[in-house]
Design a protein around this ligand. Structure first.
Ligand SMILES: Cc1cc2nc3c(=O)[nH]c(=O)nc-3n(C[C@H](O)[C@H](O)[C@H](O)COP(=O)(O)O)c2cc1C
Ligand code: SF4
Length: 517
């Protein structure tokens, strides 16, 4: 039997030369007359070690990394195909602390299986959730999701079961399931990793959603900058169709679910669910008024489940192992696990799936290893470009939707971007306003005009012009944006702006917090 050699095909590994490494390994094996079975897996999410090559051994997989094409001859010389020692040797993959301390439920297969092999998926507990769901009625499936306590992972943390129940109870000749794969938040990549590393789990989750509420057509609205995810998803969909896991009469059940991928329009606001639906219908991505909710009148005016990739990819394990199993993880009203994405100025950026309750400090230091610059971490922005900046004094906060809300912060999609003490928080506040001005869909005044005026006011504060009245003006403007915007783009821009002002007044040229008040 040939030796299995795993070289990731995830974008992170590809950007660091994984294809060249794979080619070098194949060529060297051929030259030496050694038979290998080269598997292009997803990434384990340890980005500082990419391209991370793994070898299948009787004791488990052994990892080497980061591997460059020029390392390959030396690795063969060191006997890496049987786990030989080499400077890039990392030991058994499962024992690398960054991985062994995680609680991977949604990411259970990512990096382990061949993303487009249905057999591999089935051999690793795949499609068990769907098979169970096919024996249940819609209300039973929705109840299982409700019992799990799953809340939307796209940002708003709305209970998934309640959303599904609304679509289930809406009478219509056609319903849809839409997957929000626009993943526009800064420092986030968990959606992409799932789609590139385990596309069947998303396909299975969407199929279960369709069967639960009676929707026969699904769409994945995919961020335009994700060409590799597009390729892998389409390959996996073709395999699922050919094997009767998608299409008509799924596995002989009489149930139908078709699935297609659509390329996003390339605007941040197209991740907002109603703007996404407009874009999916072929129009400009402009936010719709709510009500009606998409669950009642969504895509083409029909009842529509719209969920984030991670929300949908969490469904198969919930159906397989039961809502209670999933609910046992987490704290308070934040149940289950969150795939957290570490980014910015950290030594070890990567994907950490943990139960809710892990603290920011554990993530930044135990996992992230502190700043890559070696300087103190001064602030983190959690939850994308609309998330609050959090100072060191808040690093002991557990990852929990309510704990964050109490600090006027958000967890969002679980992206954490770290900054060291060279960051200028006034510039970050200005950038938040600028981002909103650039990305605004233009439908409502507080956002369209407010963000432009906001930039000007921050500029005046930075220039030291009439501090007291301009700080007051910025607060009044933020209040208008917060309460008067039609969607969270304008509505949440005050989070990064005011958190920067409140926690770091000195960067705005203010002497103390009283002056910033
Ligand atoms: C400006 C803006 C951008 C958004 N971008 C995304 C996105 O890229 N991906 C996502 O899943 N949700 C995004 N959302 C949240 C969606 O509107 C919506 O809440 C989500 O798709 C619901 O799915 P969930 O309940 O599974 O989280 C965005 C919201 C706003 C206001
Ligand atoms: S807040 Fe901004 S993005 Fe949202 S509807 Fe208003 S103008 Fe459009």
């Amino acid at each position: 039997m040939s030796i299995q050699v795993f070289v990731p095909r995830d974008s992170s590994a590809l950007s660091l030369g994984a294809d060249q490494v794979a080619a070098a390994i194949s060529a060297e094996a051929k030259k030496r007359g050694v038979g290998i079975d080269l598997v292009r897996n997803g990434s384990r999410g340890l980005f500082w070690l990419e391209p991370m090559v793994e070898i299948g051994t009787p004791d488990g997989r052994i990892a080497y990394g980061p591997v460059m094409p020029e390392d390959v001859t030396g690795l063969f010389d060191a006997g890496f195909l049987s786990g030989g020692k080499h400077p890039l040797y990392l030991g058994l993959t499962d024992e690398i602390p960054y991985l062994s301390k995680q609680e991977r439920l949604t990411f259970a297969r990512v990096g382990i299986t061949d993303p487009v092999s249905l057999n591999d998926y089935l051999a690793h507990e795949g499609y068990r959730g769907l098979k169970r769901a096919l024996g249940m009625n819609g209300a039973g499936i929705v109840k299982e999701v409700t019992d799990s306590g799953l809340r939307g992972r796209g940002g708003a943390a709305f209970p998934t079961g309640i959303k599904w129940n609304t679509v289930l109870n809406a009478a219509a000749d056609q319903k849809y399931v839409v997957c929000n794969a626009d993943e526009g938040d800064s420092g986030t990549y968990s959606d992409r990793m799932i789609m590139e590393g385990d596309p069947f789990v998303l396909i299975e989750g969407m199929t279960i959603a369709g069967i639960a509420v009676g929707a026969t057509q699904g769409y994945i609205y995919l961020r335009s900058e994700y060409p590799h995810a597009m390729k892998v998803l389409n390959e996996a969909i073709d395999v699922a169709v050919a094997s009767n896991y998608l299409g008509t009469d799924i596995l002989g059940s009489g149930k139908t679910f078709h699935l297609e991928v659509r390329r996003g329009a390339g605007a941040y606001v197209c991740g907002e669910e109603t703007s996404l639906l407009e874009s999916l219908e072929g129009k400009r991505g402009v936010v719709r008024f709510k009500p009606p909710l998409p669950a009642i009148e969504g895509l083409f005016g029909k009842p529509t489940i719209i969920n984030n990739v991670i929300s949908l990819a969490s469904v198969p394990i919930i159906l397989d192992k039961g809502g209670e199993f999933y609910r046992d993880y987490g704290m308070g009203r934040s149940r289950g696990t969150l795939p957290i994405q570490l980014a910015g100025n950290l030594k070890r950026c990567g994907l950490v799936e943990k139960a809710f309750g892990v603290t920011l400090r554990e993530l930044l230091y135990d996992y992230g290893g502190g700043s890559v610059s070696g300087r103190p971490i001064r602030a983190v922005q959690v939850g994308g470009p609309l998330g609050a900046f959090m100072p060191e004094s808040q690093f002991d906060t557990p990852l929990d939707y309510e704990a964050f809300a109490n600090l006027w912060a958000v967890l969002g999609h679980g992206g954490i971007v770290a900054f060291d003490d060279t960051v200028d928080m006034a510039k970050m506040a200005r950038y938040a306003m600028e981002f909103c001005a650039i990305e605004s869909c233009g439908k409502c005044t507080p956002c369209r005009i407010g963000a432009v005026r906001g930039m000007e006011v921050v500029d005046k504060i930075i220039a030291g012009k009439d501090h007291a009245s301009n700080v007051q003006l910025l607060r009044d403007l933020s209040d208008t944006m917060l309460n008067g915007s039609l969607c969270a783009l304008g509505g949440m821009t005050p989070y990064p702006v005011l958190s920067a002002l409140n926690h770091f007044p000195e960067d705005f040229g203010l002497q103390n917090k009283q002056q910033a008040a």
